[in-house]
Structure formats: C-alpha cells, structure tokens
Design a protein around this ligand. Sequence first.
Ligand code: ZN
Length: 138
Amino acid sequence: MRGGLPAGRAFPNVLLMSDTQVRTYAGSCHCGAVKYEVTMVPPQKAAACNCSLCSRAGWLLAFVPDGNFRLLSGEDELTEYRFNKRHINHLFCSKCGVRPFSRGTDRSGAATVAVNLRTLADFDVTALEVHSFDGASL
Ligand SMILES: [Zn+2]
C-alpha cells in the first residue's frame, strides 16, 4: 500500500492475470518526461468515466494492480490533482499537461493504477469496446 491515501473504494477490483496472457506495454506523456511500463492482458475494453474530471479529459481507462505498473521516469514532473473526496491521486505531467495515469485503491483496498490507454505507445484505442464507469457516484 502506498502511504497517504485514504481507504476509499474508488476503482473496480482488478482481474487476476495469468502470466501467459499478459504483455508489457510502454507509455508516456506527450513531451516524454513521464515514461512508464504496464503489464496486462491486451485490453479489449476501456472504461470511460463519467466524473467531472474524466468526462472533460476524455480518458479511456484500464485498471491494473500497482505491482503491474512501473514508472520509469518523470516522478518529479508529475503534479497531483485531487478533488471531491480526494481518494484518487490524479497525476499529470507539469510540462505538457498529459495525464498518463492515476493512483487509487480498488474496492478491496488494494493499490491500483488507472492507466489512460490513450497514452500507450503503438496501441489502437479506436479498436476498444468502451464501457461507462460511474466515477461520478464515488
Ligand atoms: Zn510531459
């Protein structure tokens, strides 16, 4: 668990992944200061959140356990933005403004990362089946 986060029930529980299903994707912000890798089952669905922030930002999200996400660079460039109940640590690059991911907890309290699939390299978001995620009710 990452310190400082209240025990909110923010993100949906993530699915367990078997090693044979997963692959590792590279992602970044626009200017390249923030780089990350995420290991997950190739996403076929994305969550479009209806909260006041995500509906403006246009994120397409996948939720992964914190252990499947590695921030490679840009920790110092990330600026935190919290609102409403302040459960979710929304992060954006202070240079280019792109929001590659947010940190929070799932319904069981496990540290979870919401990855903005639009920030993956070489990944076609237009092929995703988009589902609504009712973040506005959190
Ligand atoms: Zn940037």
